[in-house]
Ligand binder design. Structure first.
Ligand SMILES: [Zn+2]
Length: 277
């Protein structure tokens, strides 16, 4: 049984400010990358207890070089480093039995979200696909779904867990913290979070038979709301993007795969508009 884990960091228990997730930070980041790694390990242990054998992990945060190799089981495979074309969804392929999303967080624009954002706090305010507002979890879920692969586990803050399990009712949700504000949280301890994730992962594997790929079928219209006008100015340069208003662009795709690719490309191009000279 092949399990794929896309692991982000802002939804890790305890995390409530950017510097805890910033690889440049020398004080707090080394502590929190260890907690992130331990949560991934807990998910692997739970999956293994329920019969998973083949595990591929995609480190999906920032530099995408966060996980501590020597704290992972020896017989997993790791996708490490960035940038990579499909980003948080790199190497989700047909033949994977199910996907776990760990350390995920509320989407940009959410009110009750610790460090809420969607791919880039600097570039993206909000993105919708066929009218559905998308979090990182839903964007990845739909790419997995387009390849016939279901999401069975989501861990992170209670806002993203609630929203994702509403859209994907077959998935197990493990909320490790609640938002008090953008930079404050009421959180489980790392130990308690890891125990809950391990139990959740076990249950998620048991539910695979009932899980469904999540899809946006047919043509997909993406509305991309940038954080600023100058970001939208850059994204508009790309053929296929049509300006709706100062900060919003529309992209019509012949399927979700194209929409996802256009989204990732827009995030990367848009970032070029805010790099200081
Ligand atoms: Zn993220």
């Amino acid at each position: 049984m092949r399990i794929y884990i896309s692991c982000d960091m802002e939804g890790t228990a305890g995390v409530c400010v950017w510097r805890q997730c910033d690889p440049e930070n020398r004080e707090e980041y080394p502590i929190y990358r260890r907690y992130m790694t331990q949560e991934v390990r807990a998910a692997i242990e739970g999956a293994r207890e329920a019969g998973a054998t083949d595990i591929l992990i995609n480190d999906s945060h920032s530099s995408m070089r966060n996980l501590l190799f020597d704290e992972l089981p020896a017989d997993v495979r790791l996708v490490s480093g960035a940038p990579k074309p499909y980003s948080m969804a790199e190497k989700i392929e047909p033949g994977v039995d199910a996907v776990f999303l760990t350390g995920y967080h509320a989407k940009g624009g959410d009110r009750d979200g610790v460090l809420a954002h969607t791919f880039s706090d600097d570039v993206v305010y909000r993105v919708t696909m066929n009218g559905t507002e998308c979090s990182e979890a839903l964007l990845v879920a739909a790419l997995a779904g387009s390849r016939g692969v279901p999401i069975v586990l989501i861990t992170g803050d209670s806002t993203i867990v609630r929203e994702t399990t509403r859209a994907l009712p077959w998935a197990v949700g493990v909320a490790v913290k609640d938002a008090i504000g953008f930079y404050a949280t009421s959180t489980l301890t790392p130990q308690a979070a890891q125990a809950a994730i391990r139990t959740g992962a076990r249950e998620a594997i048991r539910r695979i038979a009932a899980a469904k790929p999540f899809t946006f079928p047919g043509n997909v219209e993406m509305l991309f709301e940038a954080t600023r006008v100058e970001v939208a100015d850059f994204i508009e340069l790309m053929p296929g993007f049509e300006r709706v208003n100062g900060r919003t662009l529309r992209f019509s795709a012949d399927g979700y795969e194209s929409a996802y690719r256009a989204y990732v490309a827009a995030v990367r191009l848009g970032a070029g508009a805010i790099t200081p000279p």
